[in-house]
Design a protein around this ligand. Structure first.
Ligand code: PNS
Length: 163
């Protein structure tokens, strides 16, 4: 059985993330969306528990996708699933530099681990969690950027952040 791991901080999950997850779910038998903290991001908008809940709801329509939250290294986590492949989306050349470095670090820790990249859908090349956070904090409309069912709670959290 082929397994893909789609890792990310998902703070919050965007339609760009969901597009990559959906396309990955058509290629692999099983997809594990793994929520991790990004050490470069010192302050997350949503707690890991909140992100787990939001991502789980967002992917509930895809039967072969499940969600986990982990606090270990991604390459260590992947050892639990021999043969599993990491799948990430690439929006632009700037993403490639970062992802290339991550891939090398992960391979150093777990030499068996392969990473594959899907190019982002053209509609989402500008989209990131940080764009969504910033727009929501300024009260801009985030419809079309995140799953509809999450809009209200992102706006509510942004309001708390503003104050
Ligand atoms: O969505 P992001 O923030 O680009 O995802 C980055 C993430 C969370 C996948 C990356 O920071 C990560 O793998 N974090 C877990 C810890 C780890 O394995 N770090 C890489 C080796 S130092």
């Amino acid at each position: 059985m082929s397994i893909a791991i789609c890792p990310g901080s998902f703070d919050p999950i965007t339609l760009g993330h969901l597009n990559i997850i959906r396309r990955t779910s058509k290629i692999f038998d099983e997809v594990i969306v793994c929520i991790l903290n990004n050490a470069a991001k010192t302050r997350h908008m949503f707690t890991v528990e909140e992100r787990l809940d939001m991502v789980t709801r967002a992917v509930s329509r895809y039967p072969n996708v499940r969600v986990e939250a982990q606090s270990c290294l991604l390459a260590e986590y992947a050892k639990r699933f021999p043969g599993a492949v990491i799948v990430k989306g690439l929006r632009a050349a700037s993403d490639f530099e970062y992802e290339f470095q991550m891939n090398l670090i992960n391979k150093n820790i777990n030499p068996e681990l392969e990473t594959m990249f899907l190019t982002a859908d053209g509609k989402y090349t500008f989209l990131s969690s940080s764009v969504v956070r910033e727009m929501a904090m300024y009260g801009a409309d985030i419809k079309g950027l995140v799953p509809n069912e999450l809009i209200q709670e992102i706006e509510n959290k942004a309001k708390q952040w503003r104050n």
